[in-house]
Design a protein around this ligand. Structure first.
Ligand SMILES: CC(C)(COP(=O)(O)OP(=O)(O)OC[C@H]1O[C@@H](n2cnc3c(N)ncnc32)[C@H](O)[C@@H]1OP(=O)(O)O)[C@@H](O)C(=O)NCCC(=O)NCCS
Length: 221
């Protein structure tokens, strides 16, 4: 059984830990964040919460792996990759977690510190970069490459042969058409449809549905 220290103390980190602890091949033993974020706490989700600055003294990198679980909502630019390299410098191997209900094709490749949530699908020859999170039912079609530290929200769907840059965010139920190239640091909003390649740092927001201002029971369905 692999023993994991999770970097993070948010809802996202708690969800990831619950999924890991529901398996028989890995378990979370502690959480860590920088000391300035500890604020007199000693526990998170019932597990020890340890300052990152001293984590290697309590959890030896030879015996424990680390998983950086910082969600896309962290306002600090590229925080997950910064912590990824700091953890490596301390001597930790980064753990990748694939939920047992996810499907990963044999010819797909998965980087370090990747999290694949329940019922996600990664098709043949797809490449998932370091630090990528694919949330529940995310769909990564054949030969698509998801750049490092990108976040694929629930049910986001990528057609084939797409290449994305690093540090991108794809919102819930977004749809990305085949054969396009997406730059670095792109945000695709929930429900948005992407039909063309996008340059670095583009933000796309989906059009909202219209509110019809009449009595709900006067409308024929
Ligand atoms: C794309 C997305 C991030 C946009 O966010 P939003 O809050 O709806 O965007 P808004 O239209 O309110 O604009 C955001 C900001 O940009 C500013 N803005 C919008 N249009 C602008 C313009 N033309 N010029 C300058 N500023 C503009 C707004 O004023 C606002 O600024 P503020 O935060 O200081 O008030 C959001 O719609 C989305 O899809 N989020 C992802 C949800 C999701 O999938 N979560 C998954 C979790 S697992």
């Amino acid at each position: 059984m692999k023993k994991i220290v999770v970097f993070g103390d948010t809802t996202f980190a708690g969800i990831v830990a619950e999924y890991i602890n529901s398996t028989e091949f890995a378990c979370v033993v502690a959480f860590t964040v920088n000391s300035s974020f500890i604020k007199n706490r000693t526990l998170f989700e019932g597990f020890p919460l340890v300052p990152f600055e001293e984590i290697e003294q309590q959890y030896n990198p030879n015996d424990y792996k680390m998983l950086i679980a910082i969600s896309a909502a962290s306002g600090i630019k590229h925080l997950n990759s910064i912590k990824f390299y700091e953890a490596k410098k301390k001597g930790y191997q980064l753990f990748s977690f694939v939920h047992p209900t996810a499907f990963i094709a044999n010819s797909a490749t998965i980087g370090e510190n990747v999290i694949i949530f329940p019922h996600a699908i990664v098709e043949p020859r797809a490449k998932i970069g370091n630090g990528v999170f694919v949330r529940s039912a995310g769909y990564i079609s054949h030969e698509t490459e998801i750049g490092a530290f990108s976040y694929v929200a629930p049910r986001a769907a990528f057609s084939g042969k797409i290449k994305t840059g690093d540090h991108c965010f794809f919102g819930t139920n977004s749809t990305i058409r085949d054969n396009i190239i997406i730059g670095n640091d792109v945000i695709v909003g929930a429900g948005a449809t992407v039909l063309n390649s996008l340059p670095n740092e583009t933000i796309l927001k989906a059009a909202e549905c219209k509110i019809i201002p009449i009595d709900r029971f006067k409308l024929k369905l």
